[in-house]
Design a protein around this ligand. Structure first.
Ligand SMILES: [Zn+2]
Length: 120
C-alpha cells in the first residue's frame, strides 16, 4: 500500500519465472526503466534460476505465488515456505518473499488467519 496524493500504478506479474514470457517482460521494463513485482511459483523459480536472478539484479520485487500453483490446497504454509526457500537459495542476495498472491485469487479467511499465526 502506498499513501500518495498523486495517482500511481503498480505493475505485477504472476506465474514467473517463465522461460517463454518473463525475459521479454524484463526487456521491456528495463527499456522503460520501470520496476515491477513478480509473484513467482517456487517450482518455476528452481527450474529457471537465471531468470529469477535477473529479476532481482534489475531491481524488481519478488512475491510468493505458491510452489505448485495449486488452487485447492488447504494448508498453504508448506507451499509458501518451499517457494521462499527456492527464491532464497537461487538468488545471490538471498532474497526472501514478503508478499503472497494466492493462485487464482482463491483464499479463505481461515487460511489467512492460519498464515498470520505462522512464522515463515
Ligand atoms: Zn497464477
Amino acid at each position: 500500500m502506498v499513501h500518495s496524493d498523486i495517482k500511481v500504478v503498480a505493475l505485477t506479474f504472476d506465474d514467473s519465472p517463465d522461460p517463454a514470457f518473463t525475459e521479454a517482460i524484463l526487456d521491456i521494463l528495463k527499456q522503460k526503466q520501470v520496476k515491477a513485482t513478480f509473484f513467482v511459483i517456487g517450482a518455476k523459480a528452481s527450474q529457471n534460476p537465471l531468470i529469477l536472478r535477473r529479476m532481482v539484479t534489475e531491481g524488481h520485487e519478488i512475491g510468493n505465488h505458491g510452489y505448485t500453483h495449486n488452487y485447492g490446497i488447504r494448508e498453504m504454509t508448506g507451499e509458501l515456505r518451499q517457494t521462499d526457500q527456492s527464491v532464497y537459495s537461487v538468488t545471490d542476495t538471498h532474497t526472501h518473499t514478503h508478499f503472497y498472491r494466492p493462485p487464482g485469487g482463491f483464499v479463505t479467511k481461515s487460511q489467512i488467519n492460519r498464515l498470520r499465526n505462522k512464522v515463515m
